[in-house]
Design a protein around this ligand. Structure first.
Ligand code: SF4
Length: 336
């Protein structure tokens, strides 16, 4: 018998096993969440192991149970590119990575998008049908300016599109200001190694999360950046910290190693490893977190980009990115 035939038969047997194994695991994990001891046992397993495949299948089924079978497309607009004192060592805009920052913005007329450009991008995104638009800034971007942007954007997008602030630390008054200006969500997270590979205080990050939620903003959280060599303890605690902030939307993100940054030497986790760890995070996170983790949410990126990507600018290119994202979601089995 040829090897390919054996492999296909093996795949069928494994899929059959999974169908039956995922049931009891899923039933159990819809009722409860993975605890730290389970995460510490599961994280070191190979992402290719039969047990890992059961957890990946269970996480996807749990996501469908909570959010339905539809894919979601969000968009992030990078508002500015000022050297940032947040100094996350992996970020192209960190002040310590000044050479990268200078190179990334050398062709730009300004380090900040103007309001008309942001409104124009947002209008296009709204017409295309994205469900969420995030305005991303560096850590010390003025809240008043961000709120003015939100008011301008809000006037040009459908009311069904969620508007999210991804900015620096906020107190309660600033969070209320963001909410009043038209934002309904905010992204904030205590990153893996916060305070060690960043210059930001984890406690200040937690305070910002509490203030945003107290002001009525819906939280998007997450666990990042993931790269090879991180301990099971660090990952388990990071996953549980994000879960404990009870976000509506969450996920895991691999390190994007930007050439020239202080962390360029680190190796991001593979796609397969990320999928497995995200599955564990889905199963360790409560049912109030509806979106994220399993690939049913995808992002378009516009504007300034601390990861050094060349984002679309023209209408045709934004539309083409949107259509490609839709196709990816469909290819992965999500309805769009
Ligand atoms: S990740 Fe954000 S906070 Fe950190 S350096 Fe970059 S822009 Fe600043």
């Amino acid at each position: 018998m040829r090897a390919g035939v054996v492999d296909r038969a093996g795949d069928r047997a494994r899929d059959y096993h999974l169908e039956h194994a995922a049931g009891p695991v899923l039933d159990d994990l819809l009722e409860r969440t993975l605890d730290r001891a389970e995460l510490l046992r599961l994280i070191p397993l190979s992402e290719d192991s039969p047990e890992a495949r059961v957890y990946i299948a269970a996480a996807r089924a749990k996501a469908v149970e909570l959010a339905g079978p539809s894919g979601h497309i969000s968009a992030q607009i990078g508002v500015d590119a000022y050297p940032c004192e947040g100094n996350c060592l992996y970020c192209g805009y960190a002040a310590v990575n000044s050479a990268v920052n200078a190179a990334a913005t050398k062709d730009a007329l300004s380090r900040e998008l103007d309001t008309d450009t942001i409104v124009s991008y947002s209008r296009i995104l709204g017409e295309l049908g994205v469900q969420l638009i995030s305005l991303m800034t560096t850590e010390d971007y003025p809240i008043d300016t961000l709120c003015a942007l939100a008011e301008a954007v809000r006037a040009h997008i459908p009311s069904t599109v969620r508007l999210m602030a991804n900015t620096g630390e906020i107190d309660l008054r600033q969070a209320q200001q963001l909410k009043a200006s038209g934002f309904d969500m905010f992204y904030h997270a205590v990153r893996l190694g916060e305070g060690v590979i960043t210059a930001l205080d984890p406690e200040a990050r937690r305070q910002s999360i509490a203030c945003g939620k107290a002001a009525g903003l819906v939280l998007m959280g997450g666990t990042e950046p993931l790269y090879e060599g991180q301990s099971a303890e660090l990952l388990a605690d990071g996953i549980l910290e994000a879960a404990g902030s009870r976000p509506y939307y969450s996920g895991l993100c691999a390190l994007h190693a930007v050439e020239g940054t202080r962390m360029y030497h680190e190796r991001p986790v593979s796609r397969a490893r990320l999928q497995y760890l995200a599955a564990l995070a889905r199963l360790a996170t409560g049912n109030e977190t509806v979106l994220g983790f399993v690939g049913h949410t995808k992002w378009l990126n516009l504007g300034f980009d601390p990861r050094g990507r060349h984002n679309p600018v023209r209408y045709e290119d934004i539309q083409s990115s949107f259509n490609q994202t839709k196709q990816q979601l469909r290819a992965d089995g999500w309805l769009v």
